[in-house]
Write a new protein. Sequence first.
Length: 488
Amino acid sequence: MATATAQQHKQFIGGEWVDAADGGTFEDRDPFTGETVAVVPAGGAEDARRAIESAAAAFASWSAAPPAVRQGVFLKAADVLESRRDEVVGLLARETGCGFGFGMFQMGFVPGLLRQAAALAYAPVGTVIPSDTGAFSMGLRRPAGVVGAIAPWNAALILSARSLAAPLALGNTVVLKPSEWSPVVGGLIWGEILTEAGLPPGALNVVTHAPGGAQPIGDELVSHPAVRRLNFTGSTETGRKLAEAAGRHLKRIVLELGGYNPLVVLADADVEYAVDASTFGAFLHQGQICMSARRIIVERPIADEFVEKLVAKTKTLKAGDPKEPDTIIGPLINEDALATVRSRVDDAVARGAKVLAGGEVVGPCYTATVLAEVPEDAEFARVETFGPVVAVEVVDGPDEAIARANATSYGLSSGILTSDPDRGLALAQRLDAGIVHVNDQPVGDEPQMPFGGVKDSGFGRFGGQAVVDEFTELRWITVQSGSHPFPF
């Protein structure tokens, strides 16, 4: 359903707005209304090659730019983004079904991320290493080269910014492939913002594609010799394929993948706080966040009270139009996502699970759902389900809770709720997760933190000092102060 407000967009390659090589386009649709938000180029392998070549050509000058120049770009970009706040929040709702609260959160987070990236321009890039030979020995870092960035739709503004900001601030150039479900707010908007902020042509390139058209672009990013780093945020299934392909080409890749994130509620936790934390952690952005709580593991002494109050609160969460400020549960991103959530809940119920709240389809939305007694052989119990569904498990003690929390192939985020922070910290050491929040739920991030997972949730880190290691090359350089003898 096209509308008069649908915008015509082009790809961003070499500092210019261009059509797809074959002239193809696709319609980017509102997941709630079905209306066309934008008409976008359906790019392919040739577009990706052009973008990579543009990034490679821009690398020499951008990598040599003084740190003040790189810092200035990101400080200005943060200001530009903030000046477009209402537009961007609206676009997040129309393009990704993002509710007002999560849209405002993204608009608060990303300017901070850009300002943190600005500081990377002055990050230390070397160390002096004592040498037994008398040489002046150094470990020096320099930008790696062209970075291929593949960003998802679910937190489109945050995760696209994260994929490109640190690499660019460190002196790399970037080719960004946004999701087909968020090509504008998760991709093309960065061409506008960073150009206005002073980023030179070719340093950032954005290639878009139609649904089902990702592979030719991804293949080009993996195989092209000019691309020296890759980063990907998305499903474990796709991340595994990318890692295998990158390995064949001896390319380093940062992967932030799926999560089956536990929230452990111990018997000494404040029940009201635990209910509020669980509801937020499970249902923010209708559970379409990699860190969303998928299972709540609660100790038996407080289980009845906790479950009763969790179910009561869950039933109050409004599902509907994300453009209405009081909507908590907006649409799932597309019909396939809705069908997957519904089928996995139905499968769990058929195998013996109980629906305590929700479990209903309302238009393009799936109501906030609490399950209990989900059997281990149910698909929901084994794989990440991207939707507003959480399972409650009752255990007899902390040791059982930790064992249950670790009984998954994933290891992204987690939370432990207790009135004893020391005990919480001790238990946190035993959780197999890249992120553990004591006295909080699993959804949390800050730009400067080492964000990432273990096991099937990926490897590498997107923040903190780790991001410097990920997107630069470390070289050993020595300088002899004089001559020394050789054995022949």
